[in-house]
Write a protein of this length. Structure first.
Length: 358
């Protein structure tokens, strides 16, 4: 029988999962994401990043970093969350979704490296040290692959990271309620969630239940987490007008008409060779969303498009101009109001220090 402590000494990526339930016959249930895999002794879960070793579930990628970079917060995308700031952004391996069009398929479709020698390991302490060392870094974000699979590492980083920094996830939102609670309790205050369509599309294509994502979003919203949503618009898959209308209504009903929604342009990637989304289709989705009552609808992956900028929903005044992923100027008053009609614009936090008026 393997000694787990010895395994962990040889490979520090192996760490006992913070959320699991022991079952009979040596099996255990993973309680990190809503797939809630029952994993037998010696086997791995759906995401290929968690393994049952001697009746307990262990992550196989604690601190294993596949991607590491400094990104503008607008790249997440997040337009109403510390605009103009820079996030130290980390990713790892694997995903709990099966999207055939994944842009980051080279890391999401791969399990962690089998050999420790092939891994790129970071400690939580090192992440915090790097954040403190570089004065241009305003927060830490887990992204690139599904960050829920790096749950233990993210929690440890958030625990050690000063509240002077923001703490963010770019996720599919399919974590368990218990995992979400722990993340929020440890400081996560920003969440961008990407949708691939409405329930009648994604439940079938991805073998999930999108209702759990909406439940998580409601919980996060009620607990004060800033939320932005992405709708990846894929021709023939989720571009039906009724889908876009239904999605917009759900955002308003479950969250708020002030929730920023990004309709993002799809490009052929991985196994999906459908032609890229036309700009006219994106603009049509934007019109539908605005007509349904969303105050802040944006277009993504269309450099230079005016709908990347923020306008006052009351008087249409241009308030924050963006060029690709950069904020070029802001007209917001010091109280986050429109200078023309005095309407308050919901930016998190109140009056972010990273915006400078032109």
């Amino acid at each position: 029988m393997k000694d787990v402590n010895t395994l962990a000494d040889k490979d520090p990526r192996i760490k006992e999962s913070y959320l699991q339930k022991k079952l009979s016959n040596g099996s255990a249930k993973c309680l990190i994401c809503r797939r809630m895999c029952t994993i037998k002794e010696g086997e791995i879960g759906f995401c290929k990043t968690r393994k049952n070793i001697e009746g307990k579930i262990y992550t196989l990628q604690y601190g294993d970093v596949s991607s590491y970079s400094l990104n503008p917060i607008e790249k997440k995308p997040a337009y109403h969350y510390f605009p103009g700031s820079t996030a130290l952004t980390l990713g790892s391996w694997g995903c709990n979704f099966t999207c055939d069009w994944c842009l980051n398929w080279d890391i999401t479709k791969r399990p962690p490296p089998e050999k420790y020698a092939d891994a790129s390991l970071m400690t939580a302490e090192k992440v915090v040290e790097n954040a403190n060392f570089n004065p241009s870094i305003n927060g830490v974000c887990f992204s690139f692959n599904e960050p829920t699979l790096s749950f233990e590492f993210a929690v440890d980083v958030f625990q050690q990271l000063s509240n002077d920094f923001y703490k963010m996830f770019v996720s599919n939102g399919y974590m368990t309620g218990e995992a979400l609670d722990i993340l929020i309790s440890n400081g996560m205050n920003g969440l961008t969630v990407s949708f691939k369509g409405t329930e009648n599309v994604v439940d079938c294509l991805l073998d999930i239940k999108a209702k759990y994502i909406w439940e998580n979003l409601q919980i996060a919203y009620q607990r004060g987490v800033h939320i932005e949503l992405v709708y990846l618009l894929i021709p023939t898959i989720n571009d039906d007008e009724e889908f876009i209308r239904d999605f917009s209504q759900r955002v308003i009903k479950n969250l708020s008409p002030n929730t920023p929604v990004h309709f993002t342009r799809y490009f052929p990637s991985h196994l999906t060779k459908i032609e890229k989304t036309s700009i006219s289709l994106l603009q049509k989705a934007h019109t539908i969303a605005k007509n349904e009552g969303l105050n802040y609808a944006y277009l993504g992956n269309v450099p230079g498009h005016p709908f990347q900028s923020t306008y006052c929903p009351e008087c249409s005044e241009l308030l924050i101009k963006r060029d690709v992923f950069s904020v070029t100027f802001s007209k917001l008053t010091e109280e986050n109001r429109c200078p023309k009609c005095n309407k308050t614009i919901p930016i998190f936090p109140y009056r972010p220090v990273y915006i400078s008026n032109a």
